[in-house]
Structure formats: C-alpha cells, structure tokens
Design a protein. Structure first.
Length: 245
C-alpha cells in the first residue's frame, strides 16, 4: 500500500519523543555532572560541620602557601640598584651589635661595596635603660667597616619592624627615597617587604646568609612569620600591629 503524499516521512535516526522533563525545565548538561556532597544535601548539623571542615582545610592550605613563600623569599636574593639599603634593627649591647645584627650589617657592607645604592638607612630604637639605640650601634659598626658616615641615615625610634618601616616611609620623600633593598634575616624578609609595599615603597629584599639564628630556632621563626604574613595580607599589617602591640 502506498503512503499518502501529504504524510511526512519520519527518519529512523530522529526520535519523536520529547526530552523536556515535566514542568518544562531543561537542566544543562554541565550541571548534571556536578555531584553535591552528601553532607551538604542532608543539611542540618552535617552541613555546618562540613562547611567548618572546608574552611579549616582552606586555612591550612593558605598557611602552608604563606610558609613556603616566607622560606623561598629568604633565599631569593633581589639585589639591584635602589635608592637606599635599609637594614632592619636587632639587639645591641651597650653600643655593640649582637651577633644577629652584626650578620645583617656585614651583609650591608658587602652590598654597599657593589655601588647599588647611594645611602644606607639604619633602623631601630632602644629598650628602657639602654644608652644606645640599635640604629646608633649599626651606624658606628658600618663606619668602622668603611661605609662613609655621610651616607648613613638613621631611623632610631622604632620599637618594632612596622614602626621602623613606617618611620622610613614617612621620611622617604625628605630623603629622596622611593625604592629600597631591605636587609634582614631570611625568615623576616617577606614580611618586611610586604610592610614596606603597604606603606608605598618599592621594596626588594636581600637576606644575610651568616645569621646565627639556625636550626629549630629558625624553624620556629619561619612558622611565626608565616602566621604574621597570612594574617597581615588579609587585615593589613598596620591593623595586625595594633592587635599585637
């Protein structure tokens, strides 16, 4: 029997079924592939606990990344031509630099001899009862090592890294300083650079390789600095300083 001419032919490759679900909502293919975790679908306390664990995991990963950056920055010498070399202060004993401060200053002397900066900025105030500031002890040591006294500028009131770098940034325009190479211990370099950048300076770091801070002490310093960097990046280093005093 011959099929009527006005009746359309159906191709065997084309289905006449309607794939649209009841209600007329078509779920995109990519959404079909996403599997929502069971603890989220169940809701209630499982969703609260699961969310808390996810936040905790992200925090651990963020801290681990910060720790790696602290470690790697302390080994990444960024020596280059800058306006000033800034040496971060450390303990001094009646005008004599501590071994830790001396290691930083010896590194400054080596950098100065290459001619990468026109001035050196020494930093650090003193503790109650001290006759000398860290900056004074640093200046005296550098002069004895051959750095001309005329090129040494001093920030001698800061009681913390943040205060010292803030004071340097406040005087930067007067001193004609826009870019700095910060000298400190390896574990301290990243936080010092980030603080200087937050205060508007173009900052690089150069860590001393002769610091007496080694072993487990250095490891603890790295762990503490990673926490400071992680929090400071979120709230700002000025805010962090106000929290910890």
């Amino acid at each position: 029997m011959t099929q009527p001419a006005d009746e359309p032919l159906l191709s065997p490759l084309v289905s006449s079924a309607d794939d649209t679900p009841v209600g007329g909502v078509v779920v995109p293919q990519w959404r079909r592939r996403i599997r929502v975790p069971r603890w989220w679908r169940r809701g209630g306390w499982r969703r609260v606990v699961g969310s808390a664990l996810c936040v905790l995991l992200l925090g651990v990963v963020y801290y681990a990344v910060s720790l790696f950056q602290v470690w790697s920055t302390g080994r990444d010498q960024q020596d280059r031509v800058v306006d000033a070399i800034v040496v971060m202060g450390a303990a001094q004993y009646d005008g004599r630099p501590s071994p830790q401060l001396q290691a930083r200053l010896d590194h400054v002397v080596a950098l100065w001899s290459t001619g990468i900066a026109r001035v050196v900025i020494v930093t650090g105030g003193n503790q109650p009862g001290d006759r000398f500031t860290e900056a004074q002890a640093s200046r005296r040591y550098l002069v004895n090592k051959g750095v001309p006294e005329a090129v040494i500028l001093a920030e001698d009131t800061g009681r913390s890294s943040w205060e010292s770098i803030t004071n340097v940034a406040d005087r930067a325009s007067v001193w004609g300083v826009g870019s700095v190479l910060i000298v400190s211990d390896p574990y301290h370099c990243l936080r010092a650079r980030l603080m200087a950048e937050e205060l508007g300076l173009t900052a690089y770091v150069s860590a001393t390789s002769t610091s007496p801070v080694k072993g487990w002490t250095a490891a603890r310093k790295h762990l503490a600095e990673a926490a400071g960097v992680a929090v400071g990046r979120i709230v700002g280093f000025g805010t962090l300083e106000s929290w910890i005093g």
